[in-house]
Design a protein around this ligand. Structure first.
Ligand code: 5RP
Length: 296
């Protein structure tokens, strides 16, 4: 599409950010017409009391190897589990490091085939739905590299998961994966989130951006959660989570900003308070410091 046409369309966009998205019949945006199994699984990922979730992402090793903070998943992850609603990881992490007695829903990383040593967008689906069900997954997930070198393949991966998941009532999380050359602004994230929703994903993980995050959420007709991204000072990460929720995100799927914090359990608890209790950033940072101090 010629750039001039894109620009003229931008002028006409109106996201009606002040008009709530109606969710008749079910508590999650865009999910009213799903079947019972899908809704039941989504109601495990998102707390039906407030429609929100704190997901703990520790799938980084599938592309990055032994990532700082989770070199030993068996030691790093179990203390965080009581503070979060949901785990997001690979089947390899689950079967080696997470006790099966943990009764938290799992969003299973199902894309594979790339590492940081090569082109990240060149992925395939590496986990069958049958195996995801064997791991009792509440949802499956893959990266979506909109605008990336393997855009088509990554979107085909998403469609594959959606098609297979629809057969068994397993929802799909479409992850907005931003290639190195792309800018994480509202225009890009809004485009990616909308494409992901239109291809049938049941929820979208994206990044917080300023300005315009409220428009990213408004233009994406499925629940939106944010990744944390690179490690920030704890106060900034808490403020980012607060702003994302305030502008319509229904949770976080956060990794490094939790497990690389000075006190990961304190950070998980403070993030939880922001997401579920609406704790303001300054109070959440105070809570983080209090919990961190109490553990010394
Ligand atoms: C990669 C992922 C990761 O799970 C995601 O990056 C979340 O982790 P972090 O908060 O460390 O960014 O899906 O796209």
């Amino acid at each position: 599409m010629p750039d001039a046409q894109v620009k003229s369309e931008d002028k006409a966009k109106d996201f009606f950010v002040d008009v709530p998205f109606e969710t008749p019949g079910f508590f999650l945006k865009g999910s009213a017409h799903l079947d019972w199994g899908m809704k039941n699984r989504l109601a495990r990922v998102f707390d039906p009391k407030d429609g929100r979730t704190v997901m703990l992402a520790f799938d980084h090793g599938y592309i990055m190897g032994p990532t700082s903070g989770i070199e030993r998943m068996d030691l790093a992850i179990p203390p965080l589990i009581p503070h979060v609603d949901c785990l997001m990881c690979t089947r390899g992490a689950l079967k080696t490091c997470i006790p099966p007695e943990v009764n938290k829903p799992v969003v299973l990383r199902s894309s594979a085939g790339a590492t940081i040593l090569k082109e990240l967008s060149n992925e395939v689906i590496g986990v069958t739905l049958e195996d995801a069900l064997r791991f009792n997954a509440a949802a499956v997930t893959c990266q979506c590299y909109v605008g990336g070198p393997f855009e088509k393949e990554s979107l085909a991966n998403l469609c594959h998961l959606v098609n297979e998941g629809n057969r068994y009532g397993v929802p799909t999380l479409g992850v907005t994966a931003v290639g190195r050359e792309l800018v994480r602004d509202a225009r890009y994230l809004g485009l990616a989130g909308r494409v992901i929703a239109e291809l049938g994903a049941h929820f979208n993980k994206t990044y917080y951006c300023e300005p315009g995050f409220d428009e990213v959420v408004a233009g994406t007709p499925i629940p939106v959660v944010i990744a944390g991204g690179k490690k920030l000072p704890e106060a900034e990460a808490l403020a980012m989570a607060y702003k994302a929720i305030d502008q319509g995100a229904v949770g976080v799927d956060m990794g490094r900003n939790i497990f690389l914090a000075d006190s990961p359990p304190a950070m998980a608890a403070a993030i939880r308070a922001v997401v579920h209790d609406g704790l303001k950033p300054d109070k959440a940072f105070q809570m983080y410091n209090d919990l961190k101090g109490a553990k010394k």
